[in-house]
Design a protein around this ligand. Structure first.
Ligand code: ADP
Ligand code: GLC
Length: 514
């Protein structure tokens, strides 16, 4: 019989409770899949002000009197609620604190998109509280699966302060990197307020990075196993500063324990045959409904200069430099000189908000811009558009290109990270491939890919073949979840076998550098 694990997943996002980007999707669907496979899964999520008890069926969990942590000079009570996501048997624990987690936003102000000033304190509290809760609730654990910098302190704290704790003494740690561009870097002077070990913040030490604190670095040093969300990205982040953002040396030092596991898709949420967000359902065998969705969106967004024949390009994205919007800006007017429309949904950096609003004013009948977060519109754009743009500068995995394929919206992507691992260039001669891929990060390369897509679209037979290929591609979680189980096994073995332990100690003592 296959061994079943007791898995604690820590994350700052999880659908349907809190989501900014793909991390929320991944934690929601991976936890569900692992629970279906028979593992005991609990997810730990902060209880943000935006998570309403009634809407999500939260129940308060009674904790021993006076469970509190002193962070930022304030003795803050640990609050706890519990619930489950619909259709999932994974348990979800919501960790709260009146002072640090009552605000609505996940990382920052939902209106201005400015990060909260006390994020270093908020997520230190979250990490420490998770470990305290394992102790208080007697949660026996085989593996602690931490995701991104908001949970990155857990492996270090586990080793330093909880190794004698019976529920956690055998727990292996897996740290999954979803994005090297966000490392949790804070001024050194919050050290005292967080109560983090000062002896690890010496120059080049596990917590120090160019005179600052770096949460992600500590996880790269202290986790038993490290993973990222595609195989190509696992290589890229060790290759140099362009992808490693300064931590490439630390990653390379852990090369033997660093793996890539591609994200999967939850096809119960992303399937045009059953999608409650779209007016016309369709499938790979009969995708007539797709055109109806396109006409619906054209009318809804008042794109009066477009017809059913126009080539409709969709974008659903965080508006961040990572996503390649500078390339798009350079070619957008040339693109729009064709019989082509653009439908964009996104939120993020102010400069892009301003830019896209101006673009819409200039091309009102061809360009639709929605600067908000809308699950419904995200699904509709996938269903209505002919092609989907992701010209990312870097992309750890990317989910939208996989959603797009399922919806027959052909991805136009840059060859990087997970985009390189999931989209295959269409070859007209053989009829193979699922999208259009360009290599160099240049406006010309993007324009060429858009033009290849546009020209192929004019040939109905070729286009139908391409849409069929894309819609039939399978990125379900089955394979990826199995990949995580293998990493959990390895983390547990790593934890209990000697060599790694001494390696980490050597590193912590400064014997191994950045
Ligand atoms: P990232 O995690 O870097 O943002 P991914 O492609 O992995 O990129 O995941 C993005 C997820 O966030 C997708 O589910 C996408 O539909 C969603 N998303 C991004 N921006 C918005 C938005 N403005 N409204 C609704 N969903 C969005
Ligand atoms: C990150 C990455 C994205 C990835 C997602 C989920 O935010 O930018 O590429 O798909 O995390 O792993």
């Amino acid at each position: 019989m296959k061994r079943k694990f007791k898995i604690s997943i820590a994350s700052a996002e999880m659908v349907p409770f809190a989501k900014v980007g793909g991390l929320g999707d991944v934690v929601g669907s991976l936890s569900k899949k692992l629970a279906t496979m028979g593992h005991e899964v609990r997810v730990f999520l902060p209880r943000y002000g935006s998570i309403k008890a009634k809407e999500h069926g939260l129940r308060k969990v009674r904790l021993p009197e006076g469970m509190s942590l002193n962070i930022g000079g304030v003795e803050g009570e640990i609050l706890l609620w519990q619930s489950r996501a619909k259709g999932s048997s994974a348990k979800v624990y919501f960790v709260g604190n009146d002072h640090l987690f009552s605000r609505e936003g996940i990382y920052g102000d939902p209106v201005t998109h400015e990060d909260y000033q006390d994020n270093g304190l908020r997520f230190t509290f979250f990490c420490k509280a998770i470990l305290e809760l394992h102790k208080a609730l007697g949660l026996e654990t085989d593996v602690l699966h931490c995701n991104d910098h908001q949970t990155a302190l857990i492996p270090l704290l586990l080793r330093r302060d909880y190794s004698g704790e019976p529920t956690l003494s055998n727990a292996g740690t897996l740290f999954t990197i979803h994005n090297m561009g966000y490392q949790g870097v804070y001024p050194l002077d919050i050290l005292e307020q967080t109560g983090l070990p000062e002896d690890l913040a010496y120059p080049m030490g596990p917590l120090e990075f160019w005179g600052k604190l770096n949460f992600m670095k500590s996880a790269i040093v202290y986790s038993d196993v490290i993973s990222t969300v595609s195989e190509t990205y696992a290589k890229e982040i060790q290759s140099g500063e362009e992808f490693g953002f300064g931590l490439e040396g630390s990653l390379k030092a852990r090369s033997e324990d660093l793996f890539g596991v591609l994200n999967g898709v939850d096809y119960t949420a992303w399937n045009p045959a059953r999608d409650r967000h779209i007016p016309h359902k369709y499938s790979a065998s009969d995708w007539g409904g797709k055109l109806k969705n396109k006409l619906y969106l054209i009318e809804k967004e008042k794109l009066t200069q477009l017809s059913e024949k126009s080539f409709l390009l969709g974008v659903v994205s965080r508006l961040a430099d990572q996503k390649g919007f500078d390339l798009l800006q350079s070619i957008v007017e040339e693109m729009l000189s064709k019989d082509l429309g653009l439908v964009l949904l996104g939120a993020g950096q102010q400069k892009y908000h301003e830019y896209f609003l101006a673009l819409r004013s200039k091309y009102p009948g061809k360009v639709s811009v929605s600067l908000k977060f809308s699950e419904k519109l995200a699904h509709l754009i996938e269903a209505a558009s002919d092609a989907f743009l992701m010209p990312s500068k870097y992309e750890p995995c990317g989910l939208n290109q996989m959603y797009s394929m399922k919806y027959g919206s052909i991805p136009i992507v840059r060859y990087t990270g997970g985009l390189a691992d999931t989209v295959e260039e269409f070859e007209p001669a053989s009829g193979s491939g699922t999208g259009f891929v360009f290599h160099g990060y240049t406006p010309a390369a993007l324009m060429e890919a858009v033009t290849r897509a546009y020209d192929t679209y004019q040939d109905k037979q070729q286009w139908s073949r391409l849409v069929k290929n894309a819609m039939e591609a399978d990125f379900s979680w089955r394979r990826s979840a199995q990949g995580y189980v293998e990493l959990y096994k390895r983390a547990i073995e790593r934890k209990t076998s000697g060599p790694f332990a001494s390696w980490v100690d050597a590193l912590a003592e400064g014997a191994v550098g950045r």
